[in-house]
Design a protein around this ligand. Structure first.
Ligand code: NAD
Length: 421
């Protein structure tokens, strides 16, 4: 079975609920609290029209889900992808709740998505779709209520259109309504690199713990977008050798190492990493099984499954993507002694710098990139240390440890607030 086939058969929401159930069981969470945290607080579906360039009108479907608001306003990206589903958005929203809790930033979890292949839209159509979708979900969002951000196939330009749409309706500029904006519109220094930088901070901590020397490490990365391509650059800057990368078209492998900047330029020119001179083309399935020390999944969910987990050779898996490993694969990796940095910890750098951006926007302030990166390092290193300590104390794997930390923090907040009315 190919990884794409395996991924299509696994429901991310069921995975998310199973991960939560495991943590709830270990924490002996009160039954009522379990029922509350197992479901999203709000699920919103919209069907909305967009003017296409050929004069026709097309109707698209989008979602915004708020999983939990116990620790603060909802926070989470908006994804544009042809395979978006309500269940996927629910899973991603729940993971955001735990992620914000693991790194201790004052947010709940949310997520959004539109069923669309944006590569098939013109810039004008993309802007029209973005502005109308944001108008439709405006009853939920706002700087004190729910603050979207970029995710797969959405970027700073799309955030700018969302911010402008909200501001036009408000009658004044509201920069704090979305994060991941361009710097000139109240975006934060370092936000574009933040997810990858947070991942690399975690990898450095984990490598230290495992006795892996980064300058001698070989790294394979699945996904070559915001998270993956920047992680490739940053880990190479630390001295590691990037031996394989991939995008949705497939991957490339060069055991002696890839020059990341040249691969970035190649992808810009050719639309894919494949065909890169001096490297062998491989499939995305093969990329996960490449001989390497560190594997960074940075694409989509359900890539490492029961079908291929046994073939993963990396000693360290760092989940820059959300949900790339199924629970069955987790068990296999754990049994094989693979050290896992789970998504809710590993990619939390993105939401952490989003939080910095929001704080700067609300205060009409602008921090230097050095300040942002320093603050990010402090938060990531602390969260990694707390998770590792929990894993040792409870004798559990890193994902379970991160869940124990996160679910406990959210449950405590809910308990303290009490059940209204
Ligand atoms: P992106 O759109 O910038 O890049 C996605 C990359 O994945 C592209 O290179 C694409 O070609 C590739 N891809 C798509 N389908 C693939 C497949 N089947 N196999 C291999 N590669 C495939 O998106 P991104 O922001 O880098 O997000 C990637 C992952 O990181 C997602 O799971 C996302 O939820 C997660 N994440 C992103 C952020 C962020 O700030 N951007 C934060 C936290 C987590």
């Amino acid at each position: 079975m190919t990884t794409e086939h395996a991924a299509a058969q696994i429901n991310a929401w069921e995975v998310a609920q199973r991960q939560f159930d495991l943590a709830a069981e270990r924490l002996k969470l009160d039954e009522g609290m379990r029922l509350v945290l197992r479901e999203p607080r709000r699920e919103f579906t919209v069907h909305f029209p967009v003017h296409m360039d050929d004069g026709s009108v097309q109707v698209f479907t989008g979602y915004r889900v708020q999983h939990n608001l116990g620790r603060g306003p909802a926070k989470g990206g908006i994804r544009y992808h042809q395979d978006v589903s309500l269940d996927e958005v629910k899973a991603l929203a729940m993971w955001m709740t735990w992620k914000c809790a693991v790194v201790g930033i004052p947010y709940g979890g949310g997520k959004g998505g539109v069923i669309v292949d944006p590569k098939k839209l013109s810039q004008k159509e993309l802007e029209g779709l973005t502005r109308r979708f944001f108008t439709e979900i405006e009853i939920l969002v706002g700087p004190e209520k729910d603050i979207p951000a970029p995710d797969v196939n959405t970027n700073a330009q799309i955030m700018a259109w969302m911010m402008d749409t909200f501001s036009m309706h408000a009658g004044y500029t509201v920069p704090g309504v979305v994060t991941g904006k361009p710097i000139s519109l109240g975006g934060s220094e370092g936000r574009n690199e933040a997810t990858a930088r947070g991942t690399v901070f975690c990898v450095i901590e984990a490598a230290h713990h495992l006795g892996i020397e980064i300058p001698k490490a070989r790294v394979a990365i699945q996904g070559f977008g915001n998270a993956g391509a920047i992680a490739a650059r940053l880990i190479a800057e630390e001295g590691a050798t990037v031996v394989a990368v991939s995008d949705s078209s497939g991957g490339i492998h060069a055991p002696d190492g890839l020059e990341v900047a040249r691969v970035v330029a190649w992808k810009q020119e050719h639309g894919t990493v494949q065909g890169f001179p001096g490297a062998a083309d491989i499939t995305n399935a093969e990329l996960l099984e490449v001989d390497c020390d560190i594997l960074i999944p940075a694409a989509l969910e359900n890539q490492i499954t029961a079908a291929n987990a046994g073939n993963v050779k990396a000693r360290l898996v760092a989940e820059a993507a959300n949900g790339p490993t199924t629970p069955e694969a987790d068990e296999i990796l754990h049994r094989n002694g693979t050290f896992m940095i789970p998504d809710i910890l590993c990619n939390a750098g993105g939401v952490t710098v989003s939080y910095f951006e929001w704080v700067q926007d609300l205060n009409r302030d602008h921090w230097t990139e050095e300040t942002v990166n320093d603050k990010l390092r402090v938060i990531m290193v602390k969260a990694f240390g707390e998770t590792l300590e929990m894993a040792h104390r409870e004798q559990v794997d890193m994902r379970t440890a991160a869940y124990l930390l996160a679910v406990k923090r959210v449950a405590d907040a809910m308990e303290l607030r009490g059940l209204y009315p």
